[in-house]
Structure formats: C-alpha cells, structure tokens
Design a protein around this ligand. Sequence first.
Ligand SMILES: [Zn+2]
Length: 125
Amino acid sequence: MNRRNFLTAAVATTAALTVAPVATALTVQDRIPVPTPPVMDETTLNTMWGTYGKHGLTHCNGACPQHQLRWVRLVDCETSHLLAILATQYQIAYTQYPRIIKVILMNRGFNESQIADAVEAARSV
Ligand SMILES: [Zn+2]
C-alpha cells in the first residue's frame, strides 16, 4: 500500500467511525419499541352497546324515564363503563365484544395486564 492509498483508506475508515456514534447516541428510551395499539377498524368504531344506565336494570328494569334503553357506540363509552362491561356482563364471553373493548382500551393507553387488573378492580366495586 503506497502513501496515497493508505491515506484514502484512513479517511474512509475515519468517516465510517464518525457515523457510528450517532446510532449509539440514542437514549435507552429511544431503543425500547413503543407497542403500537391495535387498529380501530370499522367494526371497532361502529359496534353498539345497549345500556339502561348505571343500575338501570336493578332500579326499574328499564321502565322509568331515567333508565330507558339507549344505544351507544362502544367507542363513545367512558373507560369506566367499558371496564364495567368487561367486569360484569358475562353474557359477552365468546362474542366479539371483549376483543373490541380491549382494542378501544389499548388505544386509550392500557396494556393487556392493566386491563386485567382494572377489570378485577371493577368487579370488586
Ligand atoms: Zn329506573
């Protein structure tokens, strides 16, 4: 290797080395992948839920004006309502409702474990 070739190789090596630290300059936070919540598809956005309101069934079986059956989109329900549905509406097991509600909750920042804990807490209220 003559002097000119050596210098060219040295410059190329130096250039490569100066690029590397940029990647390692990322913080630990940058390198931890943030889980992407499941997509809220048309089914998730449009699934309806019939409700008599809190304690509407035990109050009057939906007969009084305050507890008439209303249809609401699940995606429009409060988080506490969604958790209460998962915690108390056992008839939805083996339907799409639990999955859809979990997709909505995950898009509100919950992970699977947090949903399970919140449902357990809602059962003991
Ligand atoms: Zn009532």
